[in-house]
Design a protein. Structure first.
Length: 278
């Protein structure tokens, strides 16, 4: 049994949030460079501008996007870890609070009805998964809402099958158009129940851009959906072109015999995701 004070988790969240706010993931950077090389005209100019913005943010340690997002934190907690100190949720929020203050990141969290801002970008959106072992894996995903607002969850019938899944993914991106700042990354949840399906889509966005699901039948859905999305001619920032999406990532879970839930979580071109194991 390992003992871990939650102050270490708080400090980890702080480190990840500070880095994520000013940095794109290496896989996202590579995908954007590849997209720029394929495009011409306004779409290429848009992508080159995005890449220049990334370089400036890293150099100046300034937010890579003005929407520094809702703090989504995924923790895989080993069952052989005994936590001491402040409650885990309080520790996570403390890390977020300090990072957003010290990084001069925009505070974007408010009451959904009164719209009163909490003032410190908390509470974080915490997902906790108990796993074997005595390590703690922390993933920090700041999620902007220009793209989040374009997301959907659809309860398909089993008879709609694979075609229904692909059609739902492509239709969601088509409806979104230029609003989520394409080229987008598309996280997809397939199966589970209503709530779990949405989380699968979010979790899919924490994968490296361009990575494939290990199950070939799922990976084939990713490839087909990506091909059809990139045939929509929405392009970078809506200027048209060959690259409307950088990737489609699907995660699946067993579901009820009477249902086929599909959640599509849209992420803009600005993929910020940092991970650390304690």
């Amino acid at each position: 049994m390992r003992t871990l004070n939650t102050k270490e988790i708080s400090d980890c969240v702080y480190r990840l949030a500070r880095k994520a706010g000013v940095t794109l993931t290496p896989a996202c950077h590579a995908a954007l460079e590849s997209a720029a090389a394929q495009e011409t005209g306004a779409a290429r100019f848009a992508l080159e501008t995005v890449l220049e913005n990334e370089r400036t943010a890293a150099r100046e340690q300034m937010p890579v996007c003005q929407d520094t997002g809702m703090a989504v934190v995924l923790i895989e907690l080993g069952q052989d870890v005994r936590l001491t100190g402040a409650p885990l949720k309080e520790a996570v929020d403390d890390g977020v609070r300090r990072a957003y203050a010290d990084g001069c990141f925009r505070k974007s969290i408010c009451d959904p009805l009164t719209r009163e801002n909490t003032g410190d970008n908390t509470p974080a959106h915490l997902h906790l998964d108990m796993v074997a072992g005595e390590t703690v894996r922390v993933t920090f995903l700041p999620k902007g809402f220009g793209s989040e607002n374009m997301s959907r969850l659809v309860m398909l019938t089993p008879s709609q099958g694979r075609k229904g899944i692909v059609d739902t993914i492509v239709e969601t991106v088509k409806i979104a158009g230029s609003r989520p700042c394409p080229p987008v990354c598309v996280g997809v949840g397939i199966g589970g129940a209503f709530d779990g399906c949405a989380f699968l889509a979010k979790k899919a966005l924490t994968r490296d851009v361009g990575s494939a699901n290990p199950r070939e039948d799922v990976a084939s859905i990713e490839r087909e959906a990506l091909e059809k999305i990139n045939a929509l001619n929405i392009g970078a920032q809506g200027f048209g072109g060959k690259v409307t999406a950088l990737s489609v990532a699907c995660e699946i879970a067993p579901t009820h015999i009477a249902g086929l839930p599909v959640a599509v979580n849209i992420q803009c071109h600005c993929v910020r995701c940092e991970k650390e194991t304690l």
